[in-house]
Design a binder for this molecule. Structure first.
Ligand SMILES: Nc1ncnc2c1ncn2[C@@H]1O[C@H](COP(=O)(O)OP(=O)(O)OP(=O)(O)O)[C@@H](O)[C@H]1O
Ligand SMILES: [Mg+2]
Length: 332
């Protein structure tokens, strides 16, 4: 069972998610496997029909993780090829039109090449599953790295914001909005770089399941901008910047900005409650950085940074000022 809100795996019998505080009362009392667990012979969840342990041309090695929309498997084409991560999404009763759309959109994702975006190497449809083959990033996600409640230093958080801002800007230029920016979708590369995972997956998933119908939403409630709650088709890169603001708040404070424990409570908070000041939890953070995070979380998209590049430029300026102050104080 995964938390309905942040898609982490709660402890057995936990009534409240220890990562985001969501109310889990009444949820099923079973746990998904820990990331990286070796594939057991009866482990067919999300993989029914692949009894021979292969997915397309790839041999499955282990399960890396499970999200709300699919399962991630570690796999390899052959022993000389690099290991890859394959996201497997249940396609339901996908018709010809859905398959064409999947191909079109996965193709667009494969064109999205940037140092801050997880590269998509390949994609295919097999036995009722959409499969997206990505680069395998050993560092995992920030959600895993911080264990839900850990925190980053201000400097590291600024670097994360800059890198994600650059990645979002390039995606926006290619007409791609993420729709589900959150610590679980920010992965750590082998050189410490930050790479955004799951570009376009929220949209692919919604077109598969028709989630955009009345009363449903796509995205993750803790980080979702006001405009995405009312109409998830009316989003643009400023919506991703709002979700990035909520994610940076989480990375700096060890929890998401709003305490709501149900989707309804969170919707009200994102729509109506002013974003909290992160300095209540981290008083040592500068007013400038707290101001950047607050601006990202503005209810009105017009009041936010308008592009990922504008955010990255501002964070670069703050970091340079910080470095200059540090050098002056040290007398260099
Ligand atoms: N390319 C990758 N390389 C290494 N690990 C990955 C990769 N992609 C995902 N993972 C791991 O698998 C976990 C689950 O990913 P997944 O995208 O299925 O779920 P999620 O991002 O937590 O939630 P959602 O389904 O809402 O996206 C991630 O938290 C991450 O640790
Ligand atoms: Mg993900």
């Amino acid at each position: 069972m995964l938390c309905w809100n942040c898609a982490t795996t709660p402890e057995r019998n936990e009534a409240v998610c220890s990562c985001c505080g969501a109310d889990l009362a009444g949820e099923q009392d079973t746990c998904a496997e820990a990331p990286g667990q070796v594939l057991a012979s009866d482990d067919t969840e999300g993989l029914a029909g692949f009894e021979d342990g292969s997915l397309g041309a790839y041999r499955i090695l282990s399960k890396l993780g499970q999200g709300a929309m699919g399962t991630i498997w570690l796999a390899q084409a052959d022993s000389r090829s690099p290991q890859v991560a394959i996201k497997v999404l249940r396609a339901g009763g996908a018709n010809e039109e859905a398959l064409r759309r999947f191909e079109r959109e996965a193709n667009a994702l494969a064109q999205l090449v940037h140092p801050n975006v997880v590269p998509v190497h390949d994609f295919f449809f097999e036995q009722g599953f959409f499969c997206i083959v990505m680069e395998y990033l050993k560092g995992g996600s920030f959600q895993q790295f911080l264990g839900g409640t850990g925190t980053l230093s201000a400097r590291r958080a600024m670097s994360v914001g800059m890198q994600v801002g650059r990645g979002l800007a390039v995606a926006a230029a290619a007409g791609v909005v993420h729709r589900d920016i959150k610590p679980g979708n920010l992965l750590l590369g082998s050189h410490g770089e930050v790479r955004i995972a799951d570009f376009g997956i929220a949209k692919l998933s919604s077109s598969r399941t028709q989630l955009t119908h009345q009363g449903e939403f796509i995205g993750t409630p803790c980080y979702m901008p006001p405009e995405q709650w009312s109409d998830c088709r009316s989003v643009d890169q400023r919506s991703d910047l709002y979700a990035l603001g909520c994610s940076l708040f989480h990375l700096l404070c060890g929890r998401p900005p709003f305490p709501g424990r149900t989707p309804l409570e969170l919707m009200e908070e994102h729509l109506l409650v002013p974003a909290p000041d992160l300095r209540v939890l981290r008083p040592e953070i500068s007013g400038d950085l707290a101001g950047v995070v607050r601006r990202l979380m503005a209810k009105d998209p017009e009041q936010r940074f308008q592009t990922g590049d504008a955010l990255a430029d501002e964070l670069a300026r703050l970091r340079n000022n910080d470095s200059r102050r540090f050098r002056l104080a040290a007398g260099c």
